[in-house]
Design a protein around this ligand. Structure first.
Ligand SMILES: Cc1cc2nc3c(=O)[nH]c(=O)nc-3n(C[C@H](O)[C@H](O)[C@H](O)COP(=O)(O)OP(=O)(O)OC[C@H]3O[C@@H](n4cnc5c(N)ncnc54)[C@H](O)[C@@H]3O)c2cc1C
Length: 293
């Protein structure tokens, strides 16, 4: 079923963003193909929201068909030494299935609050691991057809894939290895404790704002040195805990977050001569204002 005008702020962890012109929740590959054909007939753009944990959506909304994978396309199961997941399956569920089956390799994902498909799109990673290290192949569906792609064919590198809007990661196969359940639990507990000590938790954020630049300082340390912790524009505030996070402190809009990002990028450029590249994905034709000069 195609819905109209669904508010996307419900589907982003920052809690901002306007409505999708069209919205659908396909739950099988067949339904997904049917929905993509519907969009192609209308020459409508297509985008996917996972758990919206790395997503800024325009306040004005998105003039496209926005998909949220559901049902079979959001489930995961272990099979031999693999976890096979729908693109909409939360990584936390994939990790849970892996742990229950005594399969290691996905522990790094314990602090990444996204889906398998969003993880492939971003090549999400943490603590030395990333999706490209465990991904066997992904089933990608578009209006032009469908097929399995390997990490190399997906062009996975640091927080990047070669995927384009309209290409939907419908299924993912993670190849893992046998590991004792207690060891998996211990690693996950340790990584979660590290995360809790360093980054904001239980806040409305969208994860890292900027990619780490090729510089001795990480983006977070650079923005910290620019005195940005706690700096606010409207309802958006640079996390007092970690300067590479933006929090929604109340009634933030996407415009507030973008203004904050523009100021952060301006200061990093002024102080370090570095043009920071944003990690967060954007829907609805928005961009951070370009630096002058
Ligand atoms: C508190 C917090 C901590 C975080 N820590 C980390 C971290 O340590 N490492 C890290 O890498 N990231 C981290 N993130 C960012 C985020 O969780 C990851 O980038 C995650 O992979 C995004 O997945 P998602 O399903 O939420 O995707 P979304 O944010 O919903 O979407 C991101 C992009 O992926 C596309 N997309 C989503 N699903 C699909 C699909 N099935 N098919 C095609 N395209 C799709 C969207 O169109 C969009 O372009 C963090 C975020 C938060 C809020």
């Amino acid at each position: 079923m195609i819905e109209e005008g669904v508010a996307l702020s419900r589907f982003t962890t920052l809690g901002t963003g306007g409505p999708a012109r069209w919205f659908a929740r396909p739950s099988t590959v067949g339904e997904l193909e049917h929905t993509l054909a519907w969009a192609a007939e209308r020459e409508a753009d297509v985008a996917v929201v996972g758990l919206g944990s790395n997503l800024l959506v325009a306040d004005e909304g998105v003039d496209a068909l926005v998909l949220k994978l559901a049902g079979d396309l959001a489930a995961a199961a272990a099979e031999d030494d693999m976890v096979i997941a729908g693109g909409g399956a939360p990584l936390a569920v994939c990790l849970h299935r892996a742990r229950a089956a005594g399969l290691g390799g996905l522990e790094f994902a314990c602090a990444i609050p996204g889906t398998a498909g969003g993880g492939v799109w971003m090549n999400a990673g943490a603590y030395g691991g990333d999706i490209s290290g465990v991904l066997e192949r992904a089933f990608v569906v578009s209006a032009d057809g469908a097929g399995w792609l390997t990490p190399a064919e997906l062009g996975l590198r640091y927080r990047h894939s070669g995927l384009r809007h309209g290409q939907v990661v419908a299924r993912v196969e993670f190849r893992l290895y046998p590991r004792l359940v207690d060891e998996i639990k211990a690693t996950v507990a340790e990584l979660q404790a590290q995360r809790k000590a360093a980054q904001p938790t239980n806040k409305r954020t969208f994860g890292s704002v900027f990619k780490n630049p090729e510089h001795e300082l990480s983006a977070g340390r650079m923005l910290d040195a620019c005195g940005l912790r706690g700096f606010a524009i409207g309802g958006a505030i640079v996390s007092p805990r970690h300067a590479n996070f933006v929090e929604n402190a109340g009634e933030a809009t996407t415009a507030d977050a973008l203004a904050l990002m523009a100021e952060a990028r301006r200061r990093a450029h002024e102080q370090f001569g570095v043009v920071l590249e944003h990690e967060v994905e954007m829907l609805g034709g928005i961009e951070i204002p370009v630096l002058a000069g």
